[in-house]
Design a binder for this molecule. Structure first.
Ligand code: PMP
Length: 333
C-alpha cells in the first residue's frame, strides 16, 4: 500500500491474450520506434491524430524527455510542492532552475502567486499534478485554463491518476498549443510492471519530445501488451469503481470513527489517502511490523507527520485500518 499501484493484477483473460501475442512477435527485429499501432489506438480513443500522441517507457521516461526538451541551463521550471519528487530531480539532472511556489496549508495551489509569477515571464515549463501526488486533490480546471491563457510556457498536467478523479483537462487541449497531458498504464490499467505511459499534446509539442527521446525505449513486448490492455480497457472499469468506493469508505472511517479522532485525513481524488498521524514515523514502523507497508512522508518538507496509504483491496484496507487503530490506541497524548 505504498507505491500507488493497482491492487488487482491484469484480468486473467487479458493475460492469456498478452501471452498469445508474444508467440507471434519477431524478437529478432527492433520494435516500431514510435509504437504507432498503440499511438493510433490511443489517438482514436481520444478523437485525436497519431501526431498528438507519444508513448514512453512509463510516464517517468516522458517526464525526463520533457526536462530534456524544455529544461536546461538558463531555463526555469515552475513547481508546486509538496508534489511528485521526480520533476525537481529531473530539473537538477538537466541543470534547470526550479522555482517553487508552495501549496497552501490545505494543499490547494496558491493560484494568485502562480499567476503573479507567470506574468513576469521567463518560465519555460510549469508542472501541475492533477490529482496531486502525494496530497490527493485535483487542480481546478478553471484555474488551469486561466494559466494556459496567461503564459506561453509549456503547462504539463500530469494525470497519472486521472482515471480515479472523474476530471480531465482533455477538453482544453484543442484550444491550447502549450498544454501537455501525461497519462500512464501503471495505475488504473494495472501495468506498473510493464512500463508504459503516454503524452497527449499538439503535434508541435510531440515533435520536440521526439527529438530527445531514446528511439527504442518502448520495446515490442510492452507495445503488444499495451495494445491488448488499451483495447480492453473497459475490463478495468469495475476495478477503478471499487478503488473509488473503497477510497470513500476508508476516508469515512478515518474522519468519522472516534478511534481515528487523532488522524487528519485529506480528501483525495486519487487511489490513496494522505493523512497526518500522531507519532507518524512510529505509526509507520508499527504498521510495517504488522505486514502493512504504507509511505512515510513524516519527515518530508511540507508534509510533517504525514503517511500516505494506497487504496488496496477491501481486505487490505480493513487490515490497514485495524492495525492503525491498534497503534492509535497505544498513543497516549
Ligand atoms: N506522475 C506521477 C504523479 C506519479 O506518481 C507517477 C508514478 N509514481 C508517474 C507520473 C509515473 O508513473 P509511471 O512511470 O509508472 O508511468
Amino acid at each position: 500500500m505504498s507505491a500507488n499501484e493497482n491492487p488487482r493484477n491484469v484480468p486473467t483473460v487479458l493475460v492469456e491474450r498478452m501471452v498469445a501475442r508474444l508467440r507471434d512477435l519477431p524478437f529478432n527485429r527492433y520494435p516500431d520506434p514510435l509504437a504507432n499501432t498503440l499511438r493510433d489506438d490511443i489517438a482514436n480513443a481520444y478523437g485525436l491524430e497519431r501526431t498528438n500522441v507519444l508513448v514512453g517507457n512509463g510516464g517517468d521516461e516522458l517526464l525526463f524527455d520533457i526536462a530534456l526538451a524544455w529544461g536546461g541551463p538558463g531555463r526555469t521550471l515552475l513547481n508546486f510542492p509538496p508534489t511528485f519528487s521526480v520533476y525537481a530531480a529531473n530539473a537538477r539532472l538537466t541543470h534547470t532552475t526550479v522555482e517553487s511556489i508552495d501549496r497552501l496549508p490545505d494543499f490547494t495551489l496558491n493560484e494568485e502567486a502562480i499567476l503573479e509569477r507567470v506574468a513576469k515571464g521567463k518560465v519555460q515549463c510549469i508542472m501541475i499534478t492533477s490529482p496531486n501526488n502525494p496530497t490527493g486533490q485535483c487542480a481546478r480546471l478553471e484555474f488551469i485554463e486561466q494559466l494556459l491563457n496567461a503564459t506561453d510556457a509549456l503547462v504539463v498536467v500530469d494525470e497519472a491518476y486521472g482515471e480515479f478523479a472523474g476530471q480531465t483537462v482533455l477538453p482544453l487541449l484543442e484550444a491550447h498549443q502549450n498544454l501537455l497531458i501525461l497519462k500512464t498504464f501503471s495505475k488504473a490499467y494495472a501495468l506498473a510492471g510493464v512500463r508504459l505511459g503516454y503524452v497527449l499534446a499538439h503535434a508541435s509539442v510531440i515533435n520536440e519530445l521526439i527529438k530527445v527521446r531514446q528511439p527504442y525505449s518502448v520495446d515490442a513486448v510492452s507495445q503488444a501488451f499495451g495494445e491488448v490492455v488499451f483495447e480492453n480497457r473497459a475490463l478495468f472499469e469495475s476495478g477503478i469503481e471499487e478503488i473509488i468506493s473503497e477510497r470513500a469508505r476508508v476516508f469515512e472511517v478515518l474522519t468519522c470513527d472516534d478511534a481515528f479522532a487523532k488522524v487528519e485525513a485529506f480528501p483525495s481524488d486519487a487511489n490513496w489517502i494522505l493523512m497526518r498521524v500522531p507519532q507518524a514515523h512510529e505509526a509507520w514502523d508499527y504498521l510495517y511490523s504488522q505486514g502493512v507497508l504504507v509511505r512515510d512522508f513524516s519527515s518530508a518538507p511540507l508534509l510533517g507527520g504525514c503517511l500516505r496509504v494506497t487504496i488496496g483491496t477491501p481486505a487490505e484496507n480493513d487490515r490497514f485500518l485495524r492495525e492503525l487503530k491498534v497503534f492509535l490506541g497505544k498513543v497516549t497524548s
